[in-house]
Design a protein. Structure first.
Length: 215
């Protein structure tokens, strides 16, 4: 996992620590209530039922900078999905974290021109974080909405050492070759070389970041 660390983290934490809401606040920033308001309760429940770990709290791990991801599929509610199938390598670049609002800028990209640019919502505490972000796409002049999230843990060098990736179809107006509303795929950090580990497996295809939402 490669990581580029931005400066000023310890100073920022010291300044913000005294003016943020208490972590124990039932309805405060980073609470389950606020996360449900961001996702909707239906989507929140689907995330939990899938096994995706949601870290609540208003003092999440410091993830600003650039990280590389290579997740593999571990759970899906779609028929014929092959567990262990690689998602494909991609890079996530996170910046402009606002502790008072819980917002953070998200720029995910990969070779070949695939990218996502949006504003996310960051929660968690200590070494743990959960980043939620929503992206609208266009396919043949029709729009669909994907709800995504990355949840994980950092080490003392601010590298993401454990993570899950959730991709949930929040809205599909009926586009035929795109997964339907309510469909999801849950991924976790794969072993070294996982990008090619499924190649040659009978009946499987290697997933890439450009076709994650197809059936």
């Amino acid at each position: 996992m490669k990581k580029t660390i931005t400066s000023g983290f310890l100073i920022l934490m010291g300044l913000m620590g005294g003016c943020m809401e208490l972590e124990g606040s039932k309805d405060g920033l980073g609470s389950r209530k606020k996360i449900e308001e961001y996702l909707t309760k239906e989507v929140y429940d689907a995330f939990v039922e899938s096994g995706f770990d949601i870290h609540t709290g208003n003092q999440p791990a410091w993830i600003e900078g650039t990280h590389e991801f290579s997740p593999v599929l571990v759970k899906s509610n779609l028929e014929n999905d092959v567990m262990g199938r690689p998602f494909g390598k991609f890079t996530g670049s996170f910046s402009n974290h606002d502790y008072m609002e819980g917002s953070i800028s998200v720029h995910n990209f990969a070779d070949g021109g695939w990218y996502e640019i949006t504003e996310g919502y960051l929660t968690g505490k200590g070494y743990y974080f959960t980043l939620f972000y929503t992206v609208d796409y266009q396919h043949n002049e029709e729009n669909y909405t994907l709800q995504s999230a990355i949840s994980g843990k950092i080490n003392e060098e601010y590298e993401i050492v454990e993570y899950q990736l959730m991709r949930y179809m929040k809205f599909n107006p009926g586009i035929g070759n795109i997964i339907s509303t309510g469909s999801y795929r849950l991924y976790e950090k794969g072993p070294t070389g996982s990008e090619s580990s499924m190649e040659g497996l009978e009946g499987s295809t290697v997933f890439t970041v450009k076709d994650f939402e197809t059936k």
